[in-house]
Design a protein around this ligand. Structure first.
Ligand code: MG
Length: 314
């Protein structure tokens, strides 16, 4: 009998996808501490920052400084977002060897996000993967708004499948499907993952969902049950997308990992340590992050008395 691996690969995108939406300036040292904390808690990979225009995303203007402070020893576990060829060159100069490029599943979203047609973005991806290979750099590609677009509404699943095949053919190591505005439900996640798996091998397929409508953890679990093993989320549930109106809420990494672990998945991540990172980040940002687990605490049945939530209420 064929047995699907229980090993999952989690990428925390909080330092990039989360912090880019924080109003005000977050000190570089806070970002560095956050990335280190996530790596120390066992996150296999962290999306540390992005080389986008500082005019568009001023929160990440210190990308090179963050990477320099993190040092060479963790570089192999970091990924950065790049919008174009220029961002790619900057990432290479900073010593990065894993980049993420995004393309929208609709013309309107892609135009709004990177001011390119989808066809132009696919050409850019081919050029970047061609330049990356001799530099020993791995290029991942994420397809945005796969379950719905804020400007065009429905996105036909066959269009998503077609674009995933185009992306894979252009040399992307990982092909990510993203619910950028958080409109998917578990049934549609299962269905689309199964369809995309016909054109992208499951070991190269990744899922990025938002918890905007409360479906985030359920959607991650649905994808796991459909055979997906690569996932992205944000510590504490930090962040959204600045170019998609009202799209708050990356799925919270530790909340989703709790459900995945209970379903038998192995991530290598220590949830208590992860919660401590979320707690500290909330303090650093002067806010309460939307994730649940870091507020309630990990439930350890052998340590009754340590958990506090709801004990006195029956
Ligand atoms: Mg996101």
């Amino acid at each position: 009998m064929y047995e699907t691996s229980r090993l999952i690969h989690w990428t925390d995108v909080g330092p990039r996808d989360g912090l880019q939406n924080v109003s005000g300036t977050v000190p570089t040292e806070v970002k560095v501490r956050l990335v280190r904390g996530l790596l120390d808690a066992g996150a296999p990979r962290v999306e540390a920052t992005s080389f986008v225009s500082p005019r568009r995303v001023p929160q990440l203007a210190d990308a090179a400084a963050v990477l320099a402070a993190l040092g060479d020893e963790v570089r192999g576990r970091l990924r950065v977002l790049i919008p174009n060829r220029r961002g790619f060159e900057m990432a290479l100069d900073a010593g990065v060897r894993n980049v993420l490029v995004t393309v929208g599943a609709t013309e309107s979203f892609n135009r709004r996000n990177v001011n390119r047609s989808v066809a132009e973005s696919l050409e850019d991806i081919a050029a970047i993967t061609a330049a990356a290979a001799p530099a020993g750099c791995v290029v991942d590609v994420a397809l945005s708004v796969c379950w719905g677009c804020p400007f065009e509404g429905d996105v036909p699943p066959r269009r998503v499948v077609e674009l995933c095949a185009e992306i894979a053919a252009r040399g992307a190591a990982e092909v990510g499907i993203a619910d950028t505005i958080g409109v998917a439900e578990p049934a549609r996640v299962s269905a689309l993952c199964a369809e995309v798996a016909a054109v992208v091998p499951l070991e190269r397929l990744s899922l990025h969902v938002h918890d905007t409508r409360g479906q985030g953890v359920a959607n991650v679990l649905a994808a796991y049950q459909a055979g997906v093993r690569r996932f992205e989320g944000s510590v504490g549930g930090l962040g959204g997308c600045p170019f998609a109106p009202r799209a708050t809420g990356n799925v919270c990494s530790e909340d989703a990992l709790l459900a995945l672990h209970a379903a038998g998945a192995e991530s290598g991540i220590d949830l208590d340590a992860y919660c401590a990172v979320a707690e500290r980040l909330g303090e650093d940002l002067g806010t309460t992050l939307p994730g649940r687990l870091h507020r309630a605490g990990v439930w350890h049945p052998g340590r009754v008395g340590a958990a506090t939530t709801g004990v006195a209420d029956g």
